[in-house]
Write a protein that binds this ligand. Structure first.
Ligand code: ACO
Length: 273
């Protein structure tokens, strides 16, 4: 992609250059229809900051159109240890403030900052892509929520999910509460969040948090296999089907049947012009 094309795609070159991402602790690679986002600050257990979330949002905005599958993974021993704990200190994260400074910015600006952070997570549900979290080791707080933002979670047998926020006086606000309830049910979500306990691989598999558990050394291959399966179906039919599945919960059976018919009519017109 040329610089000019990149600018047209929302400032790709400027905002998600490899150099800028490296400063933030992220890597972003595109190989044909597959994009891979790597949390890459292993010495801090891939702790996340506002800069991480802004960069994730920019990646989403500038995602090349050919991408069908987005893999999110972590470098080092943990997927992510959640928010950078320096946010709880008076000094905060250099250039990004702290929680104590954030409460003084006024309600509207605070709300805006949270929405900007959430934008880094929301795009991973787009119908045009399937997002796959490859999760190993700790996935705590924002790390757990990033895994929940993805459509599928393939996990290593050492995975340790923990929604730590309530233990720290916070709520999970990075778009994780809805998928958690939808995946495991309200009672189990209350149990997991309000105790801030750790969910290990066997339970994650049993309650529907994980699609598959593999030995740590097999995680990359298991993800490659799933990606290949996902790419084996028709791109437009996959997007239309994801739209239908995502809307199913909020529609009645009658409404869902109508939606299926409309999507199918569009598919048939595309297949037999
Ligand atoms: N923010 C900033 N630095 C971190 C974070 C974090 N969230 N997590 C780990 N680090 C740093 C440690 O301070 C340590 O730094 P040091 O080498 O300078 O001492 C380094 O990463 C390695 O961490 P260890 O604790 O030594 O690694 P270990 O593998 O023993 O433990 C674990 C990993 C369990 C993830 C532990 O680091 C931990 O509990 N981290 C904090 C988790 C947390 O409370 N996150 C906030 C959740 S709430 C939210 O996300 C909104």
């Amino acid at each position: 992609m040329t610089e000019a094309e990149a600018q047209q795609r929302g400032g790709y070159a400027e905002d998600v250059s490899a150099e800028r991402l490296a400063e933030i602790g992220l890597r972003f690679e595109v190989d044909g229809e597959i994009a891979t986002i790597t949390l890459d600050r292993p010495d801090r257990r891939n702790a996340q900051t506002f800069a991480t979330w802004s960069a994730l949002a920019r990646i989403g905005e500038s995602l090349p159109e050919q991408v069908r599958v987005v893999v999110v993974k972590g470098e080092g021993p943990s997927f992510s240890a959640g928010i950078d704990l320096r946010m709880f200190t008076p000094e905060g994260v250099p250039g990004q403030g702290s929680f104590s400074s954030a409460v003084n910015v006024g309600d509207a600006e605070f709300e805006q900052r949270i929405r900007q952070a959430q934008a880094g997570f929301l795009w991973l549900r787009r119908p045009e892509i399937v997002s796959v979290a490859a999760v190993h080791g700790h996935a705590i707080g924002a790390g757990f929520q990033l895994a929940l933002a993805c459509d599928l979670r393939i996990v290593a047998d050492d995975v340790a999910f923990c929604m730590k926020e309530p233990a720290l006086g916070l709520v999970p606000d990075l778009t994780g509460t809805k998928p958690l309830v939808e995946l495991v049910g309200l009672a189990k979500a209350i149990d997991i969040c309000l105790t801030a306990r750790t969910v290990h691989a066997d339970e994650a598999m049993r309650i529907g948090l994980a699609e598959k558990v593999v030995a740590g050394g097999d995680l990359a291959q298991a993800v490659r296999d799933k990606v290949a399966e996902l790419l084996s179906t028709n791109r437009d039919a996959a997007a239309a089907t994801k739209r239908l599945l995502q809307g199913a919960r909020s529609r009645t059976l009658e409404e869902q049947s109508v939606a299926e018919g409309l999507e199918q009519a569009a598919r048939l017109k595309a297949l037999f012009p």
